[in-house]
Design a protein around this ligand. Structure first.
Ligand code: FAD
Length: 330
């Protein structure tokens, strides 16, 4: 039986973002493969409600480090809490969402407990009793298969969109996993002072929260031709996103870019119109549950990842889709 911890990253205010549910799904999948149950770990302040929400899932336990000094993230306090807890509990694996935050503190944590570390993992397989992890290299052009050599705890950070959030196994109506205080939780060594938080872009959108995205590429032909995209997005209740040339040309703001130098998303529906499907775009959206591609070139690589493809001019297809959506909604 393997002992698997999943450290969930929380939003300010204690909500669980999609990427943390995805990490939990990865932990559960790993537990199912190796035997045992995943256990969640939460760090923060005033966590009763979020701990209750997480405990509704099929977990061995929910470990909570609830302390005023953990209200805001600092790498020193996180390492100060997690390192002794990991040394005491000796999990086999600790799973993290791969985020700017985990990139900041997890390598330091790994060094302090002498853990193996695999970052940006997109999946795993068991071969001949060995666990091999997949991770993209060269901007997603190649997939590397890696394993950790030696003994001891292994840390894995999982890429957004690799383990669907809706595959998290829940308990029945009445079920609740046990919630426990994480041992030795007096945080030490907060090495940064948080002066405040500011939403990037203020009133702009966080595309990772969107369930439906209508994404547009260079094929749209210009900023003045966005009307068909906006109409469909409005009819679907979707957010609008774009490939990089659309952003570089100034047709949409930078926070709408999907891809290796933009956001990584995994919505329920990703509609890609006039996007060729370059690898730098695909790495940002290929984890979407359903991908619909519209392109006038039947050989466009986007069709290789699409679940549904429409070959045609987006200026004809999108208005037809908008009418169909409106008709279906009555
Ligand atoms: P194109 O490749 O020009 O494709 C346009 C498509 O539209 C074509 O397939 C064409 O057939 C189709 N089309 C044209 N007219 C119509 C029409 N009327 N109706 C239907 N279809 C039509 N790209 C990203 O998207 N995100 C990133 O984060 C990103 N990061 C990068 C980082 C680096 C370091 C580098 C080198 C590149 C990066 N790129 C990124 C750029 C990437 O390589 C591609 O150039 C880009 O994704 C192409 O965008 P596109 O598909 O919109 O345009």
């Amino acid at each position: 039986m393997a002992k698997i911890w999943v450290v969930l990253q929380l939003r300010e205010g204690g909500q669980v973002p999609r990427i943390s549910w995805e990490a939990l799904a990865a932990g559960q999948k790993l537990a199912a493969a190796l035997g045992g149950k995943a256990e969640a770990v939460l760090l923060g302040s005033g966590l009763d409600s979020v701990a209750g929400e997480v405990a509704k899932n099929d977990l061995g336990a929910v470990h909570v480090a609830d302390h005023e000094a953990l209200r805001g993230y600092t790498p020193g306090a996180y390492v100060g809490v997690l390192a002794p807890a990991i040394q005491a509990a000796k999990p086999d694996y600790v799973v993290f969402p791969h985020t700017y935050q985990s990139v900041d503190y997890v390598p330091r944590l790994a060094q302090s407990v002498d853990a193996g570390l695999i970052t940006d993992a997109t999946g795993f397989e068991q071969t001949g009793g060995e666990l091999l992890w997949k991770r993209p290299v060269l901007g997603g052009k190649l997939q590397a298969k890696v394993r950790v050599k030696g003994e001891g705890v292994v840390f894995v950070s999982v890429q957004a969109g690799s383990f669907p959030a809706d595959s998290v196994v829940k308990l029945g109506e009445e079920g609740e996993s046990s919630v426990q205080a994480l041992g030795g939780t007096d945080p030490v060594g907060a090495d940064r002072e948080i002066l405040g938080y500011e939403e990037v872009g203020g009133d702009q959108v966080d595309l990772t929260k969107a369930d439906v995205i209508v994404a547009v590429g260079r094929g749209v032909g210009g900023a003045d031709k966005m009307g068909v995209v906006e109409d469909l997005a409005k009819a679907l209740g979707a957010e609008i996103a774009a490939s990089r040339p659309v952003i570089d040309n100034g047709w949409l703001p930078r926070d709408r870019q999907i891809g290796s130098s933009g956001q990584t998303v995994a919505p329920k529906l990703y509609l890609a119109a006039g996007i060729s499907g370059a690898i730098q775009h695909l790495v940002g959206m290929k984890g979407s549950s359903v991908i619909v591609a519209i392109n006038k070139d039947p050989g466009a690589p986007i069709f290789n990842v699409a679940h549904y493809g429409i070959v045609g001019d987006l200026h004809e297809v999108l208005p037809a889709l908008t009418e169909a959506v409106k008709a279906a909604k009555g």
